[in-house]
Design a protein around this ligand. Structure first.
Ligand SMILES: *[C@@H]1O[C@H](CO)[C@@H](O)[C@H](O)[C@H]1NC(C)=O
Ligand SMILES: *[C@@H]1O[C@H](CO)[C@@H](O)[C@H](O)[C@H]1NC(C)=O
Ligand SMILES: *[C@@H]1O[C@H](CO)[C@@H](O)[C@H](O)[C@H]1NC(C)=O
Ligand SMILES: *[C@@H]1O[C@H](CO)[C@@H](O)[C@H](O)[C@H]1NC(C)=O
Length: 270
């Protein structure tokens, strides 16, 4: 009896010790080998003239690398923010513009990215991917809540695989000089948690379902369609196309529509 009691007392102490070290952060686990490898492969395929990824070295703890955020509990990479640290103010020959140009990453996005299975936040904005396609495999990063490819100079048709990102809250595909295209928006209807959608400067001419799908996204609060190219307002199911006011966009708290239409008229609602 006595020995059982001392065993359980010891167990309690052990547990308290475990809890206290857990709470004081002593449980820091650091980067996992497979995720470090994935990041190093990613770096290998990127041109990085300003050495933004200088801290990404073989055998390092990738949780301490620039632009990488890990979970303190599991050591898994949660955030990868490769956003250009400088703002593109579009005033050529200013120092800020030069800094912006110099800080652009370019090259390819290595498919090893999908080994970062716990990634919730991916920001590649403001870099220069020089007209390569948006990689289809981004669609397998199922935990993503935030994806920002704004001004990253991807080109071509948006891969419908992005519709598999069912946890996405924020999707920004705006301002590519190459005018990304969408042929159908049916993939977007899988993103039922999406709150913020920016498709500015996109060519929507072929996507006759854009209004129907966007109008049916249940969580959407912010919609930005500035400078989009569109030739027609597609028919709504009710057959009531008298004006934009007839759309049920009431759940959207912020909306910018600014279309380049074939007819040459502009619609702007803010
Ligand atoms: C992880 O721990 C570091 C250092 O203690 C702290 O600065 C950071 O905010 C923590 N991150 C999270 C996501 O809790
Ligand atoms: C995406 O990144 C750009 C900067 O590169 C920023 O201006 C924009 O607000 C970001 N989009 C969202 C939705 O956070
Ligand atoms: C997307 O999901 C579909 C069906 O759930 C699956 O067949 C497809 O392989 C997935 N694509 C990606 C890129 O994960
Ligand atoms: C069109 O919608 C408006 C606003 O909801 C409504 O007042 C009007 O009666 C509708 N017209 C037709 C023909 O359904």
């Amino acid at each position: 009896m006595k020995s059982t009691m001392s065993v359980s007392v010891a167990l309690v102490f052990l547990e308290l010790f475990a809890i206290s070290s857990f709470c004081s952060g002593n449980s820091y686990v650091g980067c996992t080998d497979s995720e470090r490898e994935a990041l190093l492969k990613l770096k290998q395929d990127l041109k990085d003239p300003s050495n933004r990824l200088g801290s990404w070295v073989v055998d390092g703890d990738c949780c301490k690398w620039a632009e990488v955020v890990c979970s303190n509990l599991t050591g898994h990479v949660l955030q990868l923010s490769l956003r250009n640290p400088f703002r593109n103010d579009l005033r050529y020959a200013t120092t800020e513009y030069e800094d912006y140009m110099r800080s652009m990453l370019s090259g390819n996005v290595n498919p090893s990215l999908v080994d970062l299975k716990h990634l919730t936040h991916l920001d590649l904005s403001g870099n220069d991917f020089q007209g390569i396609r948006i990689p289809k495999y981004l669609g397998s990063l199922k935990n993503l809540r935030y994806l920002n490819l704004s001004g990253a100079e991807f080109a071509g048709i948006i891969p419908h695989q992005l519709g598999n990102l069912s946890n996405l809250r924020c999707l920004d595909l705006s301002w590519s000089e190459y005018a990304l295209q969408v042929h159908s928006f049916s993939w977007l209807s899988g993103l039922s948690l999406l709150e913020h959608l920016d498709l500015s400067q996109m060519n929507l001419n072929k996507a006759s379902d854009w209004l129907l799908v966007i109008n049916s996204l249940p969580s959407l609060k912010v919609l930005k369609l500035s400078d989009c190219e569109i030739h027609h307002f597609p028919p709504l199911p009710s057959g009531n196309y008298s004006s934009l006011n007839a759309l049920d966009l009431s759940k959207i708290i912020f909306i910018t529509l600014f279309f380049n239409t074939a007819a040459g008229f502009l619609v702007s609602v803010i």
